[in-house]
Design a protein. Structure first.
Length: 168
């Protein structure tokens, strides 16, 4: 599988558009049943558009990676190193439906941590409390639930999440 899998760090507008297209596909399919179409659209526009991704990279220290399987976009992730906290925030880890359960999430996570996290001892993320499949996938990757959080994201929406952590 590794020969067929290519993981690349985003380096410009073309990559940001590719990632935004993946985000729209994945979020619409996976999150609409969990949080509804209105919140999915809001979150895509605010956090997953090409413009939002570019701003996150340029102004907020995000490192985005995308994965091609046999040349086809299959997933993406983003990490934010927090060296002052000896940690890294796994902001995004998404795999398109046809490519789930193939080891792509693990491969992306490992590549992103290796490329972005020198000196970090802890990775952490937030996940919707009702997203049972993703919670189980994160547990298989080595994460554990450490806290609960409710975050106002504007537009009348909140994220009702677990915080999960993993020693690295």
């Amino acid at each position: 599988m590794k020969e067929r899998l290519k993981i690349t760090e985003s380096d410009g507008p073309g990559d940001e558009s590719l990632i935004a297209g993946l985000a729209e596909e994945i979020w619409t399919e996976h999150y609409t049943p969990l949080i509804g179409a209105e919140q999915v659209k809001y979150m895509i526009d605010r956090f997953q558009s090409a413009e939002a991704i570019a701003t996150q990279i340029r102004e907020n220290g995000y490192h985005y990676f995308y994965t091609l399987l046999d040349g086809i976009p299959a997933g993406y992730c983003a990490v934010v190193p927090k060296p002052e906290e000896w940690s890294v925030f796994l902001s995004k880890l998404y795999v398109a439906a046809p490519y789930r359960k193939m080891g792509i999430a693990r491969a992306m996570l490992e590549a992103a941590l290796k490329a972005s996290c020198a000196g970090c001892g802890l990775a952490w993320l937030t996940v919707n409390k009702h997203n049972a499949g993703s919670i189980e996938a994160y547990k298989k990757l080595g994460f554990r639930i450490t806290d609960e959080m409710v975050t106002d994201i504007g537009g009348g929406f909140v994220m009702d999440d677990y915080k999960m952590e993993m020693d690295i």
